[in-house]
Design a protein around this ligand. Structure first.
Ligand SMILES: *Cc1c(COP(=O)(O)O)cnc(C)c1O
Length: 239
């Protein structure tokens, strides 16, 4: 538990300053990197406080929890990103409520999301999750599978393919983290060379956002550094 945490607006400012410094350090403009506030386990009231402090994009891992917050906060023009695994029986909820999905790794899920996206809503903005450090129990496609899935997703009418997302294993230091992020960037560059016009590379979290930005990230997903430590995961919490 963090007991001596600064007020939320201060924490947000500190994270924005880290983003700006990381951009500056590698010669990028601060506006090139979007801050996604990861609000899993955070109450709607606190999300609203963050919104009032100027944060407008939020990411949720657990579909049910996210949808409840989206409904409760529908009076606010928040952009909601689904950043957790999606089972087939949850695609309708996701298609009806979220603006973005960053965790696509199966064409079947993409097809369901496209079919279930309600008429009248803009296309669902999507990223394909890429797994660059092996571990075939993990979510995400291997770099080899990314192009075929990207082409399949790009052909779906109610999805708009924006880019790639990755959650590499925590690395021991900056250089090791950059090496993993560079593998994701290489896949991103390869897909663009194949004509896919991707503009979003979602990588980097509280602990490694500097390395991610150095390696070409355009979106960092930050929870702890904004909202403080999360409580231990409740066993009943559905993904
Ligand atoms: C929880 C989570 C984050 C944020 O992690 P922090 O270390 O709290 O910044 C980012 N991305 C995903 C997919 C997550 O599940």
């Amino acid at each position: 538990m963090t007991t001596n945490q600064s007020p939320l607006p201060t924490q947000l400012q500190t994270v924005r300053a880290r983003l700006a410094a990381a951009c500056h350090a590698c010669g990028r403009a601060a506006g090139e990197v979007t801050l996604l506030a990861v609000s899993k386990t955070v109450s709607p009231e606190v999300v609203e406080q963050a919104f009032e402090a100027g944060q407008s994009a939020f990411g949720e891992n657990y579909i049910q929890e996210g949808v409840e917050k989206i409904i409760q906060l529908r009076h606010l023009p928040i952009e909601w990103h689904c950043i957790g695994p999606i089972q087939s029986n949850k695609t309708r909820l996701v298609a009806e409520h979220f603006d973005w999905v960053q965790t696509l790794d199966r064409l079947k899920i993409a097809q369901r999301l496209s079919e279930q996206r309600p008429f009248g809503l803009p296309p669902l903005q999507v990223c394909i999750q890429v797994n660059v450090d092996g571990g075939n129990t993990k979510s995400g496609v291997s770099p080899d599978e990314a192009l075929a899935l990207a082409q399949g997703v790009a052909a779906l009418p109610n999805l708009r393919l924006r880019g790639l997302m990755s959650i590499p294993e925590p690395a021991s230091d900056f250089v090791a983290a950059c090496a993993l992020f560079a593998r994701v960037k290489a896949v991103f560059d390869e897909l663009n060379a194949q004509g896919l016009a991707l503009d979003t590379l979602s990588m980097g979290m509280s602990a490694d956002l500097e390395a991610a930005i150095h390696s070409g990230s355009t979106m960092v997903r930050v929870g702890t550094a904004i909202f403080g430590e999360r409580p231990a995961i409740k066993s009943g919490l559905a993904h």
